[in-house]
Structures are given as C-alpha cells and as structure tokens.
Design a binder for this molecule. Sequence first.
Ligand code: CA
Length: 247
Amino acid sequence: MPSSRTTPRRVLIVEDEPEIADLIALHLGDIGCATEIARDGLTGLHRAQRQRYDLIVLDLRLPGLDGLEVCRRLQGAEDYTPILMVTARGEELDRILGLEVGADDYLTKPFSVRELVARAAAIFRRVETLRGLRDEPSGETLEIGRLSVDPNQRRVAVGGREVSLTVKEFDLLVRLVSNPGRVYTRSQLLDLVWGTHHAGSEHTVNSHINRLRSKIEPDPANPQYVETVWGVGYRCHPSPAAVETSP
Ligand code: CA
C-alpha cells in the first residue's frame, strides 16, 4: 500500500536473534518503515529514551534487561511509543503481563510475515486515529440505550435518573460513548483521559471503569454499556438495547 507520508515511520527492533531481527527489518522496510535493530534490552531502552520511534518491536526474552523490564521503564516516558511485544509460544502468562505493563499488541513466535506486517499496520492506524481523536468530542448529547450523556453540562442520566460521576469517570465515559463499538486499550485511555504526562498505571483505568460501572450499569457484573474486550481494553457497546432485551 503506497504511503502518503513524506517521512518514513521509524521502527526500533529489539531482538537478540539476528535472523529474526533481519526478517522483521526486511518486511517492515517493505511497507516503508525505516528500521533500526538493537540486540539487547539495555541498548534498546537507551535508544528508545533518546530518539522518537513510531513503533518498538520488542522481544520478550532478551539478554540483560528483558522485554517486560524495557516496557516498564518506557512507561511514563514523555512521548508515547507503541510497543509490539514478541513472545515465544507458550508464554501465555508473560503475554498477559506484557499487556499489563503497557504493550499495545503482541505476536507469538513463530509468526508469519503477513501477521507481523498486519499487526504493525494496525498499530500505526490506531495511533494515527488516536492522534485524530485528541480533538474534543462534538458536544452533542449522546444517547446509548437508556444512557444519556451531555458533554456540555457534564451530566449523565440512566433511564432519566441523574448519576453523579467524578471528573475522570465522566471523561472516560464521554470518550467511550462518543465512539460506540470502538475498542480502546488501557494505555490509550490513560493517554486520552489522564494525558500523556500521567503517572498512573493501567490499573488506574481498571479501577475507574469499575467505579463508573457501579454507577451506570443496571448490573455491574454484566455490563451493558462499558464492555471489557478481554486482553485488549474496553469499548462502549454499540447497541446495549439489544442486550437488555435478550433473554
Ligand atoms: Ca530472544
């Protein structure tokens, strides 16, 4: 797919296996990325701290500093850089941990080149959409099922009954309800609601979502409005009425 960008996207590949690193570099090069390779975690971390990248492809098992530690140390950096974590087959726990520490997506070895390119392209799209979404929501009253959200007056009602939300709970809700069906990762929500300089962790998002649900959901254990997308994040159900009427 030809790119309309004038500068190539810069990708840092942190991978200690030369053949895999070269393979990743080759195929990301094919879609117009400028790639750099770091062979160990510490080198990767230092480069990521000094330069801007559009994506970091980060191997989990690395000599010295491992991928999780690199991920953790990059969290809270001033510039948000998406991370595609590469894990070996069977590292299920690590895979989930990787998402908890802020990886945007993961790929399991052995992976196909098509899969790698598709994941990277999806991350670029998400990040670019996210940048576009920094513009404030439209300000119109948003109605989803029995939920009504007025961004101007910062009022929320469920079935006509007004609900009192904290500032962050409200901002989270507006963000989700403005784009029904769209899945947001916890890091995206942190970025959009708390700002890029936030000190919070993804658990901050989880706990706010739980409190928000306890206030707006008829049954918080079976949320109709704010759904968990397992392993990814949250979304506003695009048609909660359908859920309400289902047996
Ligand atoms: Ca490795």
